[in-house]
Design a protein around this ligand. Sequence first.
Ligand code: GLV
Ligand code: MG
Length: 354
Amino acid sequence: MRSAKDFFRPLAVGAPAPVREVPFRPSRMIHFFDPGNEKMAAKVPTLAPQVDVLLGNLEDAVQADRKVAAREGLVAVAKANDFGDTQLWTRINSLDSPWALDDLLTLVTEIGDRLDVIMVPKVEGAADIHYVDRLLAQLEAKAHVERPILVHAILETATGVANVEEIAGASPRMQGLSLGPADLAASRRMKTTRVGGGHPGYLVREDPTTEGAPRATYQQDLWHYTIARMVDACAAHGILPYYGPFGDIQDVTACEDQFRNAFLLGCVGAWSLHPVQIAVAKRVFSPAPEDVAWARRVIDAMGDGTGAVMIDGKMQDDATYKQCLVVSELAADLAARDPELADAYAAAEKEGNA
Ligand code: GLV
Ligand code: MG
């Protein structure tokens, strides 16, 4: 085991020092694009200002004979564009594929100073993160990258879920985790054929009442357990949890429900696979103006945060104060990047104080 004292030492001579805290940057939607697709790559300049994170995808959904084109396309896109304060991420191929090593070698050497986060799919345990961690340090040193590239793992195998805590704490580079419901379903041998969301067969049924009367059924959330486990692992290690993809692009209502469940449970964002999902993620992962106004009212009334007060008949104490700080601080971070949201929060607070 490495000594705790060495945990924050660079893993290669000349590599940048690891971060001590994951910098919180708005990442309500991680918008996926295929950098090998010229039409999509051409849209990057207009897309970048609309999203918090733009992710060049090299893994699943890119055909085997397009892998090199996608990698080279991402290098070209990164070199040709100024992303402002939008983050640039990539999803490399999985570590058991023939492409992952070349993905890392090329991307870090060519555009290491432009990449904020590398998403690693199908992570099964801390050993996968340690492999990437050392390799990134060597490549950063070689390419003179001045700030460490962070790592994001997709939770999408049964083994990965079993090892989620050790994955979250495997390196100071760990930025966050995303739920990957499609691969996870296959890995667990679930009997679904979808990318995220619910299933009408996964339900509970009301008890029988009178003879023959119809009994209501209620669909249950297939992902509740995994999201909650992922959120706890992330919170314990100071990294950020995300819901992943929602594959039924036309069903924006169910997409919004799935995203909102994740938001309420602690996630900070989700993937967007199509431009219609950008607005959904923005709406869901930005606290509602009335909730922010309420949180700020509680914070003001609680003074130093100790004791108890009643507001509109509801008891407030240290614990509700802390919840309100979470909402208020998230709102402040998002408003700093999103002027429309800043105006909505200011208007709701004014109304609340009137
Ligand atoms: C994402 O990669 C998933 O498998 O759901
Ligand atoms: Mg997957």
